[in-house]
Design a binder for this molecule. Sequence first.
Ligand SMILES: Cc1cc2nc3c(=O)[nH]c(=O)nc-3n(C[C@H](O)[C@H](O)[C@H](O)COP(=O)(O)OP(=O)(O)OC[C@H]3O[C@@H](n4cnc5c(N)ncnc54)[C@H](O)[C@@H]3O)c2cc1C
Length: 450
Amino acid sequence: MSKKMTSQEAIVEAKRCLHCATPSCRLGCPINNDIPAFIHALSLGNFGDAFFSLVKENSLPAICGRLCAHEKQCEPKCVLSKDSNPINISALETFLAEFSYDHQLTPLGKSKGSAGKIAVIGSGPTGLSVAGELAKKDFDVTVYEGQHELGGVLLYGIPEFRLDKNIVHKEIDNLGHYGVKYITGALIGKDLTLDDLFAKGYKAIFIGIGSALPKTLAIPGHDLTGILSANYFLRMVILANSGKLDNKETLLSNEDEVVIIGGGNVAIDAARIAVARGARLVTVVYHKSPTEMSCLATAYTAALKEGIQFKFLRQPTAYLNNKQMRTLGAMRKPQGISDNTKVSGIMLQHVAKDAKGNFIHTGGQDVIACTCVILAIGQRPAASIFSTTNGIKIDEQGFVITKDHPYGMTTRPGVFSAGDAVNGPSTVVLAIEDSKKVVKGITEYVARLQ
Ligand SMILES: Cc1cc2nc3c(=O)[nH]c(=O)nc-3n(C[C@H](O)[C@H](O)[C@H](O)COP(=O)(O)OP(=O)(O)OC[C@H]3O[C@@H](n4cnc5c(N)ncnc54)[C@H](O)[C@@H]3O)c2cc1C
């Protein structure tokens, strides 16, 4: 994450912008943020206009400022990147959003609610973005969230050191200024069904439930204890940090050696948190090469600095218990026989890509001793909504099937979906990009109902 700027630093940085006739920074942004306009207004010290230019395209600028991979998207497109010194768009976006919330700048008005009532299920980035974009179009929007707090992965997945939870609350409150209403503790599929929501007069329903069910690896030893999902681990740590869980529950000791499987943001967050919670050794195992990791480059660099080890082009083939580790001569410390129900190591096969791009076993093999394995290999949506309503088709992996016309509509008319529930684990900015398209789809659908 970029360093937080002062107003003066932000203006000085914005003044470096060359105001290109064809600003390619904007082309690098998946949601076509009006980067040149907000930077220009900022360079003049005109914070209100700058914030207007930012929020007209993006309902979650403070979160994007912190979590977007600017180094792969807008910043390398900046003409100044030719001298390796592009405008620090990430820091300017972060500064501007936070400054505007702190000074209660609200350049967009409140929705009149005249375009119709829409229910949004889920308050992660997708649901929030859909809600914000719909409110900007004068819809009367209510967000239903199954948890008792709003924010989804932003609140319960991404660690504090990368995303201050106060920022999430401020961004959610800002959508309240546009007229978005929130109902928490309402798990749709259990407390209310989609039919109950339609009976309340909603013209369309949006499902943004993300993909919270972690995938597991069905390899020998998968039933040993000490193997957990990264989502569970990160959620427990966030609860412990906020005082809602005994801190000791998530502490690792300096005897702990943790293996993390995966190469995305979730894997790197889990690895860095494992170090922060006291683990002696943390190793990330990834089946591809370093350049293919989907995590933020800044997070990978920080992980290396924190002493996290990486093993690339390796695929797990078995979890091993204490007895198996001793048989292989790989156990560092003899442990009691009672530990045979607990993971003590992991076997990895070396892989490489063949000419067609498929991963093949090269014949090499490693065994790593460990006391805990944390899996960050993807997730799928929970099924409760789909099992309590008729007509919504999901694919064989559990993801919602949607149409291109109207964009994002499921196989049930009037019910839309987008984000991780449709596309699988992705990123905030791609969730927002999808949200903006689905809002067009909902608008077209509702217009046809009139
Ligand atoms: C640890 C971690 C780190 C990440 N780091 C980054 C990063 O640095 N940059 C980046 O761009 N992306 C990152 N991501 C990915 C990003 O957070 C997700 O792509 C994004 O959160 C998806 O948003 P979503 O709204 O589709 O789902 P979610 O954020 O999962 O939100 C879904 C919401 O729906 C609610 N819900 C589920 N079922 C129901 C129901 N039946 N009724 C009511 N509510 C329900 C859930 O409680 C939740 O609030 C990270 C993800 C994780 C887990």
